[in-house]
Design a protein around this ligand. Structure first.
Ligand SMILES: O=c1ccn([C@@H]2O[C@H](COP(=O)(O)O)[C@@H](O)[C@H]2O)c(=O)[nH]1
Length: 302
């Protein structure tokens, strides 16, 4: 089964387009986990990250189709953090969740192949990291994307190419015009071309796109420009994106997009609106409540 089919089926099965972002941070961990860290060694923090993320997975696995571990927060701990990342991805995969590894990788073609081999797979053809999909930078051009597409064809994985990112400075390059079109528009066209011969029964291909919730006008424009791409929409919650802002990302059946929230869910115990009710002691309940709340906010269809 292709990546797009698996993801859309998971959306239909859970009735959710929420993607829970796994971005562990030492200072924000709930007290029961943070206080149990016995030394300041990376190994000790990495064990805490594994416990925290795996417990989040256990809390949300019946509520959402996917999770998105952010590689940076694990890499920050060095080799021990990479071991933790592997454990977290494996636990998510074994829990039946689709894993989007957020690494924003890419390089010249031969090196891109190595990244693709590392992260793209499916239950039938698992990747070494057990990840289904990867975020990918388009900056090196078409020949750097193609090795990922080949891996998607061979192993049923998927990619999410950065098109219009959620950060305030993304427009510095992405919004520039060349040949009467924005740079993000050119990236969208490339994605649409590459997907055209790879569509599943619902009309989706393996090449998805990252488009930020913080740019709702461009989100609507890019939904139309990339009808065959599943959109990964970060920027919901902590960065200010709202349900209204992301509505345009979904297709008429409420699928075709996943909306990520990291801090707003995993650190919900400390959110001003939830801290009093839950706090550190009931952090699992806060994660579940925040996930259910996001699911409800994003139920546009059905
Ligand atoms: O354009 C982008 C691409 C990726 N991200 C990543 O998503 C999460 C967002 O975290 P929040 O806590 O929900 O703000 C994080 O891992 C980013 O690196 C993004 O925000 N924007």
């Amino acid at each position: 089964m292709t990546f797009a089919t698996r993801l859309n089926q998971a959306i239909a099965r859970t009735g959710s387009v929420t993607c829970v972002g796994l971005d562990p941070r030492q200072a924000s961990l709930p007290a029961p986990i943070r206080d149990a860290v016995s030394s300041n060694h990376p190994e000790a923090w990495a064990a805490a990250y594994t416990q925290f993320c795996c417990e989040i997975i256990d809390v949300v696995r019946d509520l959402v189709p996917c999770v998105k571990p952010q590689a940076a927060f694990f890499e920050q701990l060095g080799p021990a953090g990479m071991v933790s990342l592997g454990q977290v991805i494996a636990h998510a995969a074994e829990s039946g969740l689709i894993v989007v590894t957020d690494g924003k990788r890419n390089d010249i073609g031969t090196t891109a192949t190595a990244y693709a081999d590392a992260y793209l797979g499916s239950p039938e053809h698992p990747s070494p990291w057990r990840s289904d999909s990867l975020t990918v930078s388009p900056y090196l051009g078409r020949d750097s994307i193609e090795p990922f597409v080949d891996a998607c064809d061979e192993r049923g994985g998927g990619i999410f190419v950065l098109v219009k990112t959620s950060n305030p400075g993304g427009g510095f390059l992405q919004d520039l015009e060349a040949n009467e079109k924005t740079i993000y528009g050119h990236v969208a066209d490339l994605i649409t071309q590459l997907n055209a011969t790879r569509l599943d029964g619902d009309g989706y291909g393996p090449i998805g796109a990252v488009v930020g919730a913080t740019y709702p006008e461009q989100l609507a424009e890019l939904r139309a420009a990339m009808p065959h791409s599943i959109l990964l929409v970060p920027g919901f919650g902590a960065q200010g994106g709202t349900a209204e802002d992301v509505k345009a990302a979904m297709d008429s059946q409420g699928r075709g997009a996943i909306v990520n929230s990291s801090r707003g869910i995993i650190f919900a115990h400390a959110r001003p609106d939830l801290a009093q009710k839950y706090g550190d002691a009931k952090w699992h309940d806060a994660v579940r409540a925040a996930t259910i709340e996001m699911n409800e906010q994003l139920k546009f269809v059905g």
